[in-house]
Write a protein that binds this ligand. Sequence first.
Ligand SMILES: O=c1nc[nH]c2c1ncn2[C@H]1C[C@H](O)[C@@H](COP(=O)(O)OP(=O)(O)OP(=O)(O)O)O1
Ligand SMILES: [Mg+2]
Length: 210
Amino acid sequence: MKAWPFSYILIATRNKGKLKQFRDLFAELNLEVKGLDDFPGLPEVDEDQDSFEGNARKKAETISRVIGGPVISDDSGLVVPALNGEPGVYSARYAGPNATDEENNQKLIERIQSIPEEERQGFYVCAMALAIPGEETKIVRGECSGFIITEPRGTEGFGYDPVFYLPTEKKTMAELPSERKYQLSHRAKATEQLLTLLKKEYSFEQKVMK
Ligand SMILES: O=c1nc[nH]c2c1ncn2[C@H]1C[C@H](O)[C@@H](COP(=O)(O)OP(=O)(O)OP(=O)(O)O)O1
Ligand SMILES: [Mg+2]
């Protein structure tokens, strides 16, 4: 087993919620978990690929090349099969380039009205990429299934959570306490996979300090 060759890992996000979740889940590795705000002057990476995996890979590899260190990025969104996969990779800008969560939710509510209620399934996707200089990029994917509802409920979470209903919890994602969301979300599932993969390949006891 190889020794993990860095003292830190950079999570390529400015989303404080994502960063906190990574810090919690990676605590056992004894790694310093840094965010983009710890590295001023990094380039903005356009999420312009046609898949979540493509965007996650592009972001992780671009930034890893610049800092010469290990980078994890995630790209996520909501897929509604009855709407031909919308909003999909366009989740963040569904209602327009600078759309707010409310505007995106409103557009989704309008579009879903024409679909019979029993066909309003949706699933969240989280593709996560780990890029390490000189190594093959690793990519994992987590999903979380639910239903789209037309009356938003709850104030937790972000994005589409108020209109994403989980039948097993009898709650929208925005009505769930954050600890519960951490357990069952697409991001939690992807993070666990990545963690498993990392622990299989690397020893984190004797890190080389770089
Ligand atoms: O758990 C979630 N609960 C609700 N909505 C979510 C979730 N996960 C992703 N989404 C939606 C929100 C956003 O409209 C879009 C893209 O998110 P995504 O590009 O991955 O995140 P972001 O731009 O906030 O942060 P980043 O700096 O990591 O790119 O998907
Ligand atoms: Mg984004």
